[in-house]
Every structure is written in C-alpha cells, then in structure tokens.
Write a protein that binds this ligand. Sequence first.
Ligand SMILES: C[S@@+](CC[C@H](N)C(=O)[O-])C[C@H]1O[C@@H](n2cnc3c(N)ncnc32)[C@H](O)[C@@H]1O
Length: 396
Amino acid sequence: MPPQFQKFLLQLQKSQKENNYILMLLGSYKGGEKDLRSCTIRPVLVRGNLQFQAVFRYTSRDVTKVWTSLELQSHVAARIGHSGFRDAVLQTKLGEFAVHVVTKDRWKWKQKLVTNAKEVSLEHNRVKERLIPESRPFLRGLGLTDNHGKVQAHSMDKFVQINRFVEMMAAPLATLQQKEIRLWDMGAGKGYVTFAMYDYLERVLGKMPKVTAVEQRAELVAQGNKLAQAVGFDHLTFRAESIDRARVEADVVIALHACDTATDDAIFHGIRGGAQVIAVAPCCHKEVRRAMAKKLPMEIALKTRFGILKEREAEMVTDALRALLLEYAGYQVTLADFVSDVHTPKNVLLLAVKNSQPLSAQKAKELWDQAEHFLAVYGLRTQRLFGLLEGWKRSA
Ligand SMILES: C[S@@+](CC[C@H](N)C(=O)[O-])C[C@H]1O[C@@H](n2cnc3c(N)ncnc32)[C@H](O)[C@@H]1O
C-alpha cells in the first residue's frame, strides 16, 4: 500500500478515535460503477451512537449508506485507488488531509494543519463497535456468545482478538481488486478467525470468499464443516491435513498461532501459492531456541545466559528472519502488536503485502546474503523457512 495512503488511513482512524472528524469528500471516480461521481461522508448520531452517513452522488440520483466507524475505515480503504476514487479529502478539527492517485504506484499527499477549526456538532455517546458484531450467528456456534447473542464473559478475550485481527487485515485486503478472494487459514483450530474472515469478506467487503481451513485434528475439521453448513458459509471448507502437505493457490494466507515451524510452512505456502497478502501471528519459537549455538558472541551471550531472555531472543531472531525472507520473496512487511498482551502473550502480527514490482536480482541477492549472515551470527545452520525457500530456489 502506498505510504501516502497509509498516512491517510491513519489520520482517519486518529480523527475517529479523538472525535476530530468533520467531513470526507471522495471524487475523481474512475471505477466500474456507471455514473458515480463523488461521495460525501458526514458523522451522524443514530440512536445516540456515532455513525457515518455516506452520500454517493450519481449523475441523476443519490444513494445513502450509514456505516459504523470501522465500516467507514474498511470502505474508505477499499474505495480509494486507481480504479476507484482518485481524490480523497479528510477534514478534521486539526486540519485537512488529502491523497491524490496519479498512477497505480504514484500517489500524492497533502496536509494543511489548522488552529481554529470549528466544532463538530455532535454529542458523542460512543459504544465500542466491532467489525464482527456479537450478534453474528457463527459466534454462537463457536461458543463465544450466549443464546441472547451476547459475548460470554470467559470468551471476551477471544472475541476481542478475532476482531482485532480482522481490523488489521482491513487495509491489506483493500489492495485486492478481484471479487473472488481465495483465503487459506493454516492451523485453523476451531476456526474462530476463519469464520470471522469469511464473514468480513462477504458481509462487509461484498467479496466472494473461497476459504480453506487447514487443520490436522480431524474432530475440529468435522465440527468446522458442520458449523459452516449451519450458518450458510457455503464456500468455507475445513480440510484435515498437515500444513506442509497443502497444495495452496491463494490470494491471502493467514496463520494465527500455528505451532512453532508450522508458521514457516504457512508463510512458505503463501509465497509459493502466489498470495498477495500473508498474515501470521507466530506461536512458540522452539526451533531457533534449541538450535542457537552454545557459544555465541559476547553481546548475545550476555542475554541468552538467562532462560527467559533466551526465549525472547529466539522469538526476535525467528520473526526478524521471517520478515527478511518475506522481503526477499518480494513482499513489503510490517510487524505490529495485534492485541494487547493482556489478551494473549503471543502478540506479534507479521503482515506482508506483495510488491507490485518484483525485486531486482541484485536486491534479492543482498537480502538473501543478509539472511545467511544473520543465521551465522547465531550459529544456526538453517531455519525452517530459510530451508524451504532454499530448496525451492534450487529446484527452480
Ligand atoms: C494454537 S491453535 C490456533 C488455532 C487458531 N488458528 C486460532 O487462533 O484460534 C493451533 C492449531 O494449529 C494446528 N496445527 C499445528 N500444526 C499444524 C500442522 N502442521 N498442520 C495442520 N494443523 C496444525 C493445531 O492442531 C491447532 O489446532
């Protein structure tokens, strides 16, 4: 995603969070909707809750939609672009922010900060909105909500976690223009995130999801398929197989807390299967912890002599290496805390979006050499993802 667009989306989120949002204008429409010209989005109060009213102006009619804050973020992320609205202006109490799409890869950014902007005439009575609201029937089937559609107290952490994961996927998913989205969830377990992603793609983004959940435990696969049928998620299939054996052709690959090197297998299959977006939240990092040399350079040994710090060092080395190897494979990578560590200690999300242009051979070699050097510093002969990519490189 162009950095100018990222800045714009961040300003939007900030303005909503800090109650500074005034107005958004979208123009210069170049997408497939006949006669659509512009869109104006204002905040409104609906039964005491802050929402956003979008008025789409066509040549001879207007169409009005009302969105929650999170829906607004998703729609904006999906609708601004080379094949959508090429101009977007966000007015906030702090200033005006604008992006202009010149070509697919060239975006312009403008900001004008103000000191005396007018107040938005709204009394805010905000309730926490979720992209996946608690009323969704599949949440009941997964045991997260009760018979009244309320999140059960003991399931709140999981509910927050899946919503946060979906939120973090909103911007990368907005880079996918196609209607049909093939998503693979590796090590899907009961399918909390699998169902949530299906729901988000279909209900919020209006896409046609084709979701495959890979899970080695047959009983979870049977349960998942039964629930998918019960809630009418017709293109969601759970498969009882091991991640390393999956034959993947995907637009999106996700893996949330797949154990140890299963995360590497998921990343590798995402890369080899042509995924445009890969998102993994790693679990344990046993492989590197065990394989780190006994004798390490003094700067590192000072940390790894303590078990707890060795654990963290292994985590950092593994995830830094995965990020580097994803860059080598032609992805732009970001790492983020995806949910507060009150909810889970396994908290890092690696988010990779494929570059529009392949890397030059020289850049790729530079990154590969860095990875080899990195392994050598820690006395590691190899690492799962490194080994898989090395084998693939050799066979190519
Ligand atoms: C910690 S659970 C996470 C489940 C789910 N992604 C979530 O976040 O709710 C990890 C799951 O990955 C599955 N798993 C681990 N290694 C696997 C492999 N190599 N192939 C298929 N499934 C695997 C386990 O059976 C388990 O259900």
